[in-house]
Design a protein around this ligand. Sequence first.
Ligand SMILES: Cc1cc2nc3c(=O)[nH]c(=O)nc-3n(C[C@H](O)[C@H](O)[C@H](O)COP(=O)(O)O)c2cc1C
Length: 246
Amino acid sequence: MAGITDSKFVKQLIPYGFDMVTIGGYNIDKETIKACEEILKRDRKEFKIDEEDVINHIENEVNNIKKEFNILVSVNLRATTPDPIIEISKIKNIDVIELNAHCRQQELTNINCGQSMMKKPEYFEEFLKELNKKSKSKTSVKIRANVEGVDTIHISKIINDLNTDFLHLDCMKLGTSYGDLEIIKKINKNTDIFIIGNNSIVDIKSAKDMLSVGASGISIARAIMNGKLHFNLNEIKEYSKRIKSI
Ligand SMILES: Cc1cc2nc3c(=O)[nH]c(=O)nc-3n(C[C@H](O)[C@H](O)[C@H](O)COP(=O)(O)O)c2cc1C
């Protein structure tokens, strides 16, 4: 969550038993930093870091987590070209770099970032091909399901076919307060990628529901906004092991 999930924030949550934390989203080139400045004018939270400081900043944030915890760290990134993301992937302690093809802030979609990447599948494919070829870390792509004018299954297949390590899927269903589990089922049928299912996980039931339709893992955002988790991750992990062994 931009402007929220930095190392300090995620460190309070790691003891609840998470296997991976994601920090960011960070804006890492001139264009996205300019977009961030515009977004801040609307009083939305963002991490505003100068371009020349961004690599050092992210490296310090990751080390700040790794020196205390043995946990996987993913970094959610927004950029208009693959090169700055590839540079970040060279930071020693980063486990996963996550391409943000998810944000719907107009300042970002206007410059072909965030969810607008999915509206140009060929452009998206070229971008991701280059990123996956040159990344020194594992790669993840964060997308939002059910975006108007986007074939979520087609985009998921591109992500899968380019050997991306994780598909982080916000299975948002407009007008509802729960995730679109049907889309996870369909993606699971059409790909063999590790799906991190996201959206509206607020308790053990919603987490189990997401896993039962084919997500390999889950992620939680708004429900941990206050720095606390109110349900037991071990029960969810046990359930996940059980359904994988069936
Ligand atoms: C304040 C806020 C900021 C967010 N910033 C980002 C971001 O920078 N990158 C991203 O991929 N998702 C971002 N998200 C989306 C969340 O990571 C998540 O996908 C979404 O809130 C749905 O999951 P949830 O129901 O668990 O909150 C943000 C969400 C919120 C509420």
